[in-house]
Design a protein around this ligand. Structure first.
Ligand code: OGA
Ligand code: NI
Length: 358
């Protein structure tokens, strides 16, 4: 049953309701609040209305119809160097697969709070499945207007036993059907780093573990005062992001203070370089800051797959990159330490990568 509308959202215990009782921001949105609870008000510098947004250009869109054309690999490497973000079209991931996982995301978040709450930090029997809201509420001064379900892939059997049935098959299918695209993107990017042979051992250094998130950004009262996701870069090797047709993802243009919108393109998938690849490429490929604004008109969903090193891998500049005498700007760090550092703090732009700087 939906709780009744509190008289004053600023005296009522919003944190207890949204975070502890796991109603999430969807629970708040369903109450029909007309003002944004103060816990969600971000400092002005985090609000997009106080940022420079440029509309003259946006991230590259790369057509993958002709994988074998060397121009395609060149475009991928170029985009990874100049933008850190690009969209791919004609990538071969069937449209039903992406439609199905988006629909499953709506299904999951449409479940009653008690059902979703079975997967919250306090209740989930496994760390591999986590339903939550905001990013790290305990470490945040202001919360983010987002709910999520995060699924760490271990094996098909584990997923069958632990992942919520509302979205399990669709999430697994999207992960599997995107695998060959990920592999080819990595091959192109590795060639650009002078890495010749990519055998299975090498491959697993880059894509040895995967996490898929289902993100839900409900319609928000006073959206300009908060954020969907604050400024951050991903800790992945690469992120494969499916978004619906609402829009709201902004990417920071390299060497500037300007932000560009990532326009939804029907059938396209957004790819971005994460910190692990920036570090291994010794800064050649860029893991850039991005954020999502809140939306006052419609609910938005997105589904990122974070393609990661394994937790036990060491990340540092690759020998092939340093071969020519280039000085390393990052040290060798244990990937699980790097990820722990990321999750210990609120989103803070590009600061995570300082953890690995020499
Ligand atoms: C993320 C992220 C963007 C989006 O989950 O790391 O940046 O569009 N998501 O939801
Ligand atoms: Ni991100």
């Amino acid at each position: 049953m939906a709780p009744s509308l509190p008289m004053d959202p600023n005296t009522w215990d919003v944190i207890s309701f949204a975070v502890d009782k796991a109603h999430g921001v969807k629970g708040l949105a369903d109450l029909g609040l007309e003002t944004l609870p103060k816990q969600y008000i971000q400092p002005p510098e985090e609000q997009i209305i106080h940022s420079t947004v440029v509309t003259e250009n946006s991230i590259p869109v790369i057509d993958l119809s002709n994988w074998n054309d060397p121009m395609v690999a060149e475009q991928i490497c170029n985009a990874a160097e100049k933008w850190g973000f690009f969209q791919i079209v004609n990538h071969g991931i069937p449209i039903e697969v992406s439609e199905n996982v988006k629909e499953a995301t709506r299904q999951f978040f449409g479940l009653p709070a008690e059902q979703k709450n079975k997967h919250s930090k306090d209740n989930s029997p496994t760390n591999n499945v986590r339903y939550g809201t905001s990013f790290t509420p305990k470490a945040e001064k202001a919360l983010e207007w987002k709910d999520f379900l995060s699924l760490f892939y271990v094996s098909d059997d584990e997923a069958a036993a632990q992942w919520p049935s509302a979205c399990r098959n669709e999430a697994l299918d999207f992960m599997k059907k995107s695998e060959f695209v990920i592999r080819r993107l990595l091959q192109a990017l590795m060639k650009g780093l002078n890495v010749k042979e990519i055998d299975e051992t090498k491959e697993s250094l880059f894509m040895g573990s995967k996490r898929i998130n289902l993100n839900y950004y409900p319609k928000c009262p006073e959206p300009e005062l908060t954020v969907g996701v604050g400024r951050h870069s991903d800790v992945s090797t690469l992120t494969i992001l499916l978004q619906d047709d609402i829009g709201g993802l902004y990417v920071k243009k390299l060497d500037s203070d300007a932000w560009v919108h990532v326009p939804p393109i029907n059938g396209a998938i957004v790819i971005n370089v994460g910190d692990a690849l920036q570090i291994r490429s010794n800064g050649k490929y860029k893991s850039v800051e991005h954020r999502v604004i809140a939306n006052g008109i419609k609910n938005r969903i997105s589904v990122p797959i974070f393609v990661n090193p394994r937790p036990s891998d060491i990340i540092g500049p690759l020998p092939e990159v340093l071969e020519s005498g280039e000085k390393p700007i990052y040290k060798q760090v244990l990937y699980s330490d790097y990820v722990k550092h990321f999750f210990r703090k609120a989103h803070d732009g590009k600061e995570t990568v300082d953890f690995a700087k020499i």
